[in-house]
Write a protein that binds this ligand. Structure first.
Ligand SMILES: C[S@@+](CC[C@H](N)C(=O)[O-])C[C@H]1O[C@@H](n2cnc3c(N)ncnc32)[C@H](O)[C@@H]1O
Length: 252
């Protein structure tokens, strides 16, 4: 499991599934469109390490933010880059480019697994999939985050409904904002989608385990916030001063 889980936690609920996916498919090349603080990307990196895969992993992002994720500071990129440099070798790369420009860095038919998690409007997600489609292997797996977000101009749910008419090997997780999965090649034998569809305990396991991970990390944040508030409060500091005085008086 990831040693590094950081805010925001929208994708965290899919980390257990990410490990299963890598174990089942042993991809040679993984590309992520939209990485932000890195929860999904680090899950793929860790899973590849655990399952001894020699996959190449590319995270593509401008690391500025967007209208849905919000806009953020440079330290988000710097923290992730430091972690990647310290923990992974040359097979893991962060590419700081617009998705539409980065696509020219990849050869046709080269990608085994594409994770689309950039801007979530209908037009943006359609553009991301169609732009990158020629770069995918014929039996590639494509993941779409936020298939279950219906607020504002989020449109992945609408695009997802269109996609599954064409790509019959599909599965959609409803927790953690939704994660849609397709395998491009129809009738591809030995696929994990059938396993997910036929074993409801398995998909429930990923959902329960994923939700627990989100809950745990949110609780950890609340605990740290309360602890910090307490430690910086006047009464806490006053008590420390009193204790020091008492120790001095008692010559401790
Ligand atoms: C929802 S966040 C990614 C969340 C991430 N996968 C996680 O695990 O938390 C979307 C990211 O996509 C990036 N982004 C959106 N549109 C982009 C584009 N056209 N080119 C490059 N980056 C883009 C934003 O900077 C933002 O960091």
């Amino acid at each position: 499991m990831n040693n590094r889980i950081v805010f925001p936690y929208n994708w965290v609920g899919h980390i257990p599934f990410a490990f299963y996916l890598i174990e089942k498919t042993k991809p040679k090349m993984i590309v992520e469109l939209g990485t932000h603080s890195g929860n999904s990307f680090i899950a793929f990196c860790e899973a590849c390490r655990i399952y001894n895969s020699d996959a190449k992993l590319y995270a593509i992002d401008l690391w500025k933010g967007d209208n849905h994720a919000g806009f953020y500071d440079e330290n988000i990129f710097e923290d992730l880059k430091k972690y990647v440099d310290e923990n992974y070798s040359d097979n893991v790369k962060l590419i700081r480019k617009d998705f539409n420009r980065a696509v020219f860095d990849f050869e046709d038919g080269s990608i085994d697994c594409l994770h689309i998690d950039g801007l979530h409007t209908y037009d943006a997600v359609k553009n991301d999939f169609e732009t990158w489609l020629p770069k995918l292997k014929s039996n590639a797996v494509v993941l779409f985050h936020d298939t279950e977000v219906y607020r504002k101009d989020f449109g992945v749910h609408r695009y997802w409904k269109e996609l599954i008419k064409t790509y019959k090997l599909n599965f959609n997780f409803r927790h953690s904002n939704g994660l849609g999965i397709i395998i491009l090649k129809e009738n591809f034998e030995n696929n994990f989608i059938s396993e997910l569809r036929n074993s409801s305990w398995l998909s429930s396991f990923f959902e329960d385990y994923g939700n627990k991970l989100i809950e745990f990390n949110s609780l950890k944040d609340s605990y740290n916030k309360i602890k910090l508030n307490y430690e910086t409060s006047i009464s806490f500091r006053f008590r420390i001063i009193l204790r020091k005085i008492k120790n001095k008086v008692l010559n401790k």
